[in-house]
Ligand binder design. Structure first.
Ligand code: DAH
Length: 342
């Protein structure tokens, strides 16, 4: 028996030394440790030995088996490390010896539009505010004059956390906090990522960007709103932009509007892009509802203000002629790296 074990040991060493691929290791495992393997055979043959000898041989076989297991595992680790090192050495896209490429990364088109708007607005005395993506019901709805069960909520289904918080559906969710933080007079913009439970297609995404703006002071009127929007849009599009207001309903405005701009493609004459109307819908806005001002700690008898919720993603689509909104979140560098700031 002793010599059998010794012979198997030598066989194991010889085979192990020759192994260079993981498949061969697996074959060895089956040969030595499998159900019908060499170690099992040895154990079976123990039956024929007398008592004392059987015990001794049994121990020896067991320790051989443990040894085989350990050495096979070690060899497996060594092989996979070597395989990784070889993959890195031969990888087509990774060569650590090449000099660094001169081309730099590029900004996401939405970042470009956002930064441009931030610059325009800071030039007009607005501050740029940051706000959470996870908010609560009060911030997103209640403080904006949208009580529970208000039908306006139907348009803004979103993703809820188990603790009742939610992913904000609109940048308006920051209005209340910013009013409370700064008081009046107030000029602020707050860009942010918004979320809605939407079926996605070329025009709809569950994740998109808006830029909200507010201006609150004594004697702020719709004329101020029109002036700021017109100035901002003319700069963004690098051409004089005409705007028109149509009535729109938002519980947090009174009155509320949809702001349209003259079609950039036909200049207002009418073409397929603007469905022959000469106008494109761009930005919901309005005079801030007295309830919303009051909730933000501002006296609506003394102060008035306008607010707007510009669709940043939509603006980027218009500015850069992007046809499919899903390109923005695709992570596809070929699509996204072609935009450069002017
Ligand atoms: N938060 C609105 C939405 O996402 C857009 C909006 C409308 C924002 C009117 C405003 C506003 O600030 O005054 O649908």
């Amino acid at each position: 028996m002793k010599s059998k074990i010794q012979a198997l040991r030598e066989d194991f060493e010889a085979r192990l030394a020759a192994v260079s691929v993981p498949e061969a290791l697996e074959e060895m495992r089956v040969f030595f440790l499998g159900k019908k393997g060499a170690v099992t055979d040895l154990l079976k043959s123990l039956r024929d030995l007398p008592g004392e000898e059987r015990k001794e041989a049994g121990q020896e076989i067991n320790s051989f088996r443990d040894e085989v297991e350990k050495r096979l595992a070690e060899a497996g680790r060594r092989l996979s490390e070597a395989a990784l090192a070889a993959a890195i050495r031969t990888a087509k896209h990774y060569n650590p010896t090449l000099p660094r490429r001169e081309e730099k990364g590029s900004y996401h088109p939405i970042t470009l539009v956002q930064r441009e708007l931030e610059e325009i607005f800071t030039g007009m005395g607005f501050t740029v505010e940051d706000y959470f993506e996870v908010v609560n019901d009060y911030q997103c709805f209640e403080s904006l004059n949208i009580p529970k069960h208000h039908p306006a909520r139907d348009m803004q289904d979103t993703y809820y956390l188990e603790n009742g918080q939610l992913l904000k559906t609109q940048t308006s969710a920051a209005q209340n906090a910013i009013m409370k933080k700064y008081g009046v007079p107030l000029r602020a913009i707050f860009p942010g990522r918004c979320f809605r439970n939407e079926a996605t297609d070329a025009c709809h995404e569950n994740t998109f960007f808006q830029m909200e703006g507010m201006m609150i002071d004594k004697n702020i009127s719709i004329s101020n709103l029109i002036y700021f929007m017109k100035t901002m849009l003319s700069e963004v599009f690098r051409q004089p932009i005409n705007v028109r207001l149509r009535p729109g309903f938002f519980p947090f405005t009174e009155p509320g509007f949809e702001l349209d701009i003259n079609c950039l493609i036909c200049g207002g004459k009418g073409c397929p892009s603007c469905k022959n109307s000469g106008w494109l819908e761009l930005c919901p806005c309005g005079m801030i509802h007295p309830n919303v001002l009051r909730e933000g700690g501002i006296d609506p008898e003394e102060y008035t203000g306008f607010a707007f919720g510009l669709g940043l993603t939509r603006l980027a689509m218009m500015k850069y002629g992007v046809k499919d909104i899903r390109d923005f979140n695709s992570g596809d560098l070929a699509a996204l790296s072609q935009f450069v700031s002017e």
